[in-house]
Each structure stands twice: as C-alpha cells, then as structure tokens.
Design a protein around this ligand. Structure first.
Ligand code: NAD
Ligand code: UGA
Length: 459
C-alpha cells in the first residue's frame, strides 16, 4: 500500500484484518514514527484497535522503503493524494506518477498495480504506458480500484461496502483482484468488474452525484425558509421514494472535505477537455461556493446587520464529524469572513484543533462547547458532532451573554432551544430568516397577514 493517509492506512489495516500481509509505505517520517509506535496519525473511529491488533499479528508493517515492499507484492495499491491542481482545477497526478517511477525498478514476478486514489479517466492507461517504457521486461497489469469510503465511518464503509468496483482489462488481473477481495465477497459484498475507464469515471460520477444531492437540498432548504416549509419534512417525504433515496439530503453550510470539492472540479475539467461540458455539475459547484460565502452574511442578518464587536462561539470546525480532517472545511471560509467583519471567534471542535490551529489564525480555542459559549453573543454550529446534541441548552444559554443560536446543521430541536430561552435559527426550518425578512417588509406596508406569517415561521 503506497500512501498511509486516510485511504491508504484504512485500506491497509482492513486488508490485514482480512488476513493478508500488508506493508504500508509512506514518505512522511513524522507520520511513520507514529504509525510504528502503534498510534494512527489521523482520527478515525475504530482504527487504532484494528491497527494495533494487526501489527501485533505481524500482518501489518510500516516502511519508508518502497523497494522490498514492491518486490514482494502480488498487488501494489496506489493510495497517494490527488489534490486539486493550482490554477486549472484538474487533478494533480504528480504523486501518482512519481510513485510509479519509484516502484518501476522493483517490480519482480507478476504484479498487479492498482489505483485506489481517485484518478481521472485514462490514468490507468497512462500508468501502463509509463511502466512499459520504464520496465519493458516486467510482467504486470494495471487496474483501477476506486475507493468509496467516507471519513468518520471509514472502517465500516471499507468492510461493508455497497460495492467494490474494479476496472480491469485482462483475466489474470481479474483473478488476482477477485482473490484479494474474496473475504468481502464471502460476506456477499458485490464485487463489480468493469473496464478501467468505467471504473475511473464512475468514481467521479458518484462523488458529483452526491454533491449534487447536497446542493439540491441546500437550495430547497432556502426555499423552505421563504415559504414556511420544513426541509427535514420535505427531505423525509421525497427520500421515501426509493428512486430518490433518503441519504445525503441534509442541508448545511455547503459540502467540504478532501474529495467533493476537488473531484467535482476535476470532472468538470474532464468534461470541458472532452468538449462535453457538464453544465449541471458546474452549477453544483457554483451553488456550493456561493453558499459558503453567503453564510457570514446570513449570521449578520440574523443579528440585525453587523457582527462587529460581537463574540461568536463556533461549535465544530472539521468538514464533518468523526474526523480531524480540515481539508476544504466550510469553517475555513466562514470563520475568516466573520473575523474580517469585526467578530471575535471562539472555537471548540472535539478532534480538529491540531489540524485547524494554523489554518484559523486569531481564533480562541476552547476545550469544551460550554467554554466556547461562555460570554458569547452568538453561537453557531458548523459541524454536527454528536456531543453537541447532548448539550444542556439551559446551561448553555446561562453561560452566554447573548441568546442567539444559529444551527447550520439542524442539530437541535426548535422547541427545546426556544424553551431554554434561545432565539433559534435552524436551516430550512424553525424561525425562518427569509420569513422574518418578508414579515418585516409586510409590516412596513401594514399588512394584516404579517403576524400570521410570523407564527408560521416560528412553527
Ligand atoms: P492523504 O493526503 O491523507 O494521504 C496520502 C499519503 O500518501 C500521504 O501520507 C503522503 O505522504 C503519501 N505519499 C505521497 N506520495 C508518496 C510516495 N511516492 N510514496 C509513499 N507515500 C507517498 O490522502 P487521502 O485522503 O488518503 O486520499 C488519497 C486518495 O484517495 C486521493 O486520490 C483521494 O481522492 C482518494 N480518496 C480519499 C478518500 C477520503 O476519505 N480521504 C475517500 C475515497 C478516495
Ligand atoms: C465522500 C463520499 O461520501 C465517499 O463515498 C467518497 O469515497 C469520499 O467522499 C471520497 O471520494 O473521498 P467524505 O468526504 O469523507 O466522503 O464525507 P461525506 O460524508 O460524503 O461528506 C462530505 C461533505 O458533504 C461534508 O462537508 C458534509 O458535511 C457534507 N454533507 C454530506 C452535507 O452537507 N449533507 C449531507 O446530507 C451529506
């Protein structure tokens, strides 16, 4: 396994748990030091126990020396990063191709080389071309095996996948990959074989589709606010239709993370390069970017136009709960905008502080949610960590100076927040920002329905 990041490490640990002997290679020495001492360098629930167990069983080792690991391997997985390339938004394949150059001299015996990293369509073919040039004598096949795990539930996702997708172009490679995933097919996980191009494109199409669902529900939630509907009820109602499905219909401050933003950008590039613009997906990206930028303004409007001089408690900084990953987290856009507009920001995140500290300069870091809320004028929830759901809202209200609770993840129930004395604003439900705005306009015009609308908004 080349690369011991979120995907490489989780995959290496799970493959060793299946009984395979795995060497996980990484160049980052501080990461390796932690790994060798049995400490995962990332926060991922359940990873530490599984990792230690397989290290003790000597099925899992960590190394910075790619040579012997590759020479001994039947399968080499490439799990290096493919970040967004500066300037053009395309996937940066430099880590993939330098790994290929490093491993080429060490190929010995028949070896399957497979991408686990998310790579644009055509990359397997290009890897093969480069390897043939570097090692015309070597016996190898190149496959595509994109990974669909999510951070925060990575072990469960890897060991209980909806499907394992493998792109192959010959039977020998197929047999090896079938064997590697045999422990999962024994548990009835569908292992789907397709062409390499289909596997590569399917990974991007899957992420783009999920991102589209999120942008869709975010826009619907804005409409809910304007018309007095509740987005959770709407999502529940449409999600019952199995053609739509009830997953990925939670509105929020916009999707983030190490993958959706970069993968949406990369598939857009692929579309343009192939003269097939993906206008729908381009709009998904625009809606998401605009949403993140609009959140600071939303907070300002809720508190009457300005956050200057106010203290804001931010609960959650990571792009989603159960991870310490800060890559493309919405907080990285929202917090600096609030700071620019004159607010003092106190942040609490259960696991994100180490990674976030250098990315969010000038914020006050706190050890608990209540500490962040102490003397704050406004509290906003940006990440739906479970522990926030258990907050005693009466205690929380008491420690605050102000009474505004802006819940960007719909973690709390409106009624309980109101009962605790909060002015509560959820997303697409509860006391509606849009409706308040409409109500104010109507009141100015002295329209009798204004009070009715406000009641509707609060309900
Ligand atoms: P990451 O940045 O966490 O890890 C990449 C690791 O590769 C780093 O530790 C780096 O030091 C190492 N590396 C780079 N070049 C190397 C080399 N030549 N030799 C040895 N090690 C090398 O990245 P990640 O989040 O694990 O993502 C990896 C790939 O998997 C990406 O293509 C991503 O799109 C895809 N993916 C990620 C997720 C996720 O949840 N993070 C899920 C599915 C797919
Ligand atoms: C996502 C995909 O879900 C994985 O299948 C894929 O393997 C991975 O990208 C990848 O290619 O790297 P991940 O980014 O770890 O996984 O996390 P998600 O749970 O998908 O969340 C991504 C973002 O969307 C987060 O910011 C989250 O808050 C947001 N989101 C998600 C919503 O706003 N609403 C939702 O209903 C779901």
């Amino acid at each position: 396994m080349i690369g011991a990041g979120y995907v490489g490490l989780v995959s290496a640990v799970c493959f060793s748990e299946f009984g395979w002997t795995v060497t996980c290679v990484d160049k980052d020495h501080s990461r390796l030091k932690k790994l060798r001492s049995g400490v995962p360098p990332i926060f991922e629930p359940g990873l530490d126990d599984l990792m230690l167990r397989n290290m003790k069983a000597r099925r899992l080792t960590f190394s910075d020396n790619l040579g012997p690991a590759v020479a001994d391997a039947d399968v080499v997985f490439l799990a290096v990063g493919t970040p967004m390339r500066r300037g053009d938004g395309y996937a940066d394949l430099s880590y993939v191709y330098s790994a290929i150059e490093e491993l080429a001299p060490h190929l010995a015996g028949y070896t399957v080389i497979t991408t686990k990293s998310t790579v644009p369509v055509g990359t397997s073919r290009e890897i093969e071309r480069r390897l043939r040039e570097l090692r015309p004598d070597a016996d190898f096949s190149v496959c595509s095996n994109p990974e669909f795990l999510r951070e925060g539930s990575a072990i469960q996702d890897f060991t209980h996948p909806d499907r394992v997708l493998i792109g192959v172009d010959n039977d020998d490679a197929r047999k090896v990959m079938e064997r590697v995933y045999h422990p999962l097919s024994l548990r009835s996980a569908p292992v789907v074989f397709v062409s390499r191009e289909s596997a590569e494109l399917a990974k991007y199409a899957a992420n783009a589709f999920l991102a589209m669902k999120i942008s869709f529900i975010n826009e619907v939630s804005d409409l809910c606010e304007e018309v007095g509907a509740n987005v959770q009820e709407v999502a529940h109602a449409i999600g019952k239709d199995r053609r739509i499905g009830d997953k990925f219909l939670h509105p929020g401050p916009g999707y983030g993370g190490s993958c959706f933003p970069k993968d949406v950008s990369a598939i857009i590039r692929t579309g343009r390069e192939n003269k097939t613009p993906l206008s729908l997906i381009e709009q998904v990206q625009t809606v998401n970017e605009e949403r993140k930028l609009a959140i600071a303004g939303r907070i300002e409007r809720i508190v009457g136009g300005s956050v200057r001089g106010k203290t804001i408690a931010v609960l959650g900084a990571t792009f989603k709960p159960n991870t310490d990953d800060m890559r493309d987290a919405p907080s990285l856009v929202i917090v600096p905008m609030l700071q620019e507009r004159g607010a003092t920001i106190k942040v609490y995140d259960p696991e994100g502080r180490d990674n976030a500290a250098s990315l969010l300069p000038g914020v006050i870091w706190c050890e608990t949610a209540l500490e962040a809320m102490s003397d704050a004028d406004i509290t906003t929830v940006l990440t739906e960590w479970n522990e926030f759901r258990a907050l005693d809202l009466v205690d929380a209200k008491e420690v605050m100076r102000g009474d505004t609770l802006i819940d960007m993840r719909n973690v709390f129930q409106c009624e309980l927040a109101h009962a605790a004395g909060f002015k509560y604003f959820g997303i697409g439900r509860g006391q509606s920002l849009g409706l308040e705005h409409v109500t104010q306009e109507l009141e100015t015009e002295d329209m009798p329905q204004a009070g009715e609308l406000k009641k509707l908004a609060i309900a």
